[in-house]
Design a binder for this molecule. Structure first.
Ligand code: ZN
Length: 407
């Protein structure tokens, strides 16, 4: 890929994405796949007068080795220096940039129960620090191609060509063209207009139907509001947590989900693919599920903790979004979630509650925002999806018809 184009993308991540502030510390989490690009991102951070940029390199085969060879007891342990790093990030409000590139199948064969037990134990230690940072620091997840990932998306091409094609797909879906920053300003405005419309309806519940069998109703929190595109920290720094993003999303009312949903794309969970699955909800909780591939892993995910069987997100994404139109299956949630309407099991977002900055985490949870250590999106959008809003005044407003906005 041309260096000038990559430079534009690096700048987009640092400015529009993370909006790195002068004097701020930045942590970049990246694989070994695109070191030159990671350096470009670091350069852009320094150009924005970052105080220090720390790169955290990751190599998936080593993660796999860890899960294989370490005992569960060892995997569960957070050593003092690891906790100290979280404490440091929470205190400094470090800006975090994630550059995803991993192989969607890279952890296949790892014992799912062992992995989730380890993650749960570590999460308990991390949680107070995460809570302290929530809505107070900027973060941005973007992607760069890794060879194995590119081969998964373009199996018929040789590695080099596949990588180049994946670069192009990433750049196209991230609107890296003539003037990416201007394109993102317009895009953020459009997303915010849809959110404003949805919020003006005072929706009590959403009813989804599709010819694949999906027939599902989910309740809304009266204080909830749809969000999309850029966000702002409590201090007022505007950033885009996901590049790309096409969704208007909300945290639904915990305990109010009824009916069955059919997934329309595979779910890549911790390096393994769950395929062709459905989940039935009753009183908000996933009570029955089936999957053609990796059903046990789906059960592991749903049973992770007390909140993981409940929903934390409902997101509306038109079927004709650029990612969907690309016709590609990325096997990566950052992209695939932006190609279709989706739900997420697990943690809800406090910032989808009106006036969340003045409310405590406990108050937000009491209003109906779900709590869990995990948040896992799965795609349910299809070309014939219909969504109706049943509003608090009793009216029914078409929100989606044939997979696209009805407005
Ligand atoms: Zn989402």
């Amino acid at each position: 890929m041309k260096k000038t184009v990559l430079r534009q993308y690096a700048r987009l991540i640092v400015q529009t994405g993370a909006n790195v502030q002068p004097g701020q510390e930045v942590f970049i989490f990246a694989g070994l796949d695109q070191p030159e690009f990671v350096k470009m991102v670091a350069e852009e951070c320094y150009r924005r007068k970052a105080d220090r940029v720390v790169v955290n390199w990751d190599y998936q085969p080593l993660q796999k080795l860890d899960y294989r060879r370490r005992t569960l007891r060892s995997l569960k342990r957070m050593d003092e220096y690891e906790t100290a790093r979280w404490a440091h990030m929470a205190e400094k409000l470090t800006c975090r940039i994630y550059l995803e590139s991993e192989d969607p199948d890279g952890l296949s064969g790892v014992n799912a129960a062992k992995m989730s037990a380890a993650l749960q134990a570590r999460y308990r230690v991390i949680k107070p620090y995460r809570d302290k940072m929530e809505n107070r620091h900027q973060w941005c997840i973007a992607a760069v191609p890794g060879t194995a990932w590119a081969k998964k998306v373009f199996p018929d091409l040789p590695a080099r060509q596949a990588t180049e094609k994946l670069w192009q797909a990433i750049l196209d879906t991230c609107r890296v063209g003539e003037d990416p920053m201007a394109a993102w300003e317009a895009h953020n405005r459009a997303l915010q207009e849809y959110c404003a419309w949805l919020n003006s309806l005072h929706i009590e519940r959403l009813h989804y139907t599709a010819s694949n069998g999906t027939d599902f109703t989910v309740g809304m929190i009266p204080e909830g509001r749809f969000c999309g595109g850029s966000e702002a920290t409590i201090q007022g720094v505007v950033f885009n947590p996901n590049l790309p993003t096409e969704e208007c999303f909300i945290s639904p009312m915990r305990g109010q989900a009824e009916g069955v949903v059919y997934a329309t794309k595979p779910l890549c969970y911790q390096g393994q693919l769950i395929e062709n699955f459905s989940i039935r909800f009753h009183e908000g909780k996933a009570v029955e599920w089936h999957a053609e591939k990796n059903e046990a892993l789906l059960g592991e995910l749903i049973g992770m903790d007390e909140g993981s069987a409940y929903l934390g997100e409902c997101a509306l994404v038109p079927y004709d979004s650029p990612i969907s139109r690309s016709g590609l299956l990325f096997y990566n949630t950052l992209f695939d979630e932006n190609a279709a309407c989706h739900l997420a099991l697990g943690k809800g977002f406090a910032d989808t509650i009106e006036g969340f900055t003045h409310r405590t985490q406990e108050e937000v949870r009491a209003l109906g925002v779900n709590e869990s250590m995990m948040h896992e999106d799965f795609m349910i959008g299809s070309p014939d999806m219909r969504i109706d809003a049943i509003c608090r005044d009793g009216s029914v407003v078409p929100v989606f018809r044939n997979g696209n906005w009805a407005k």
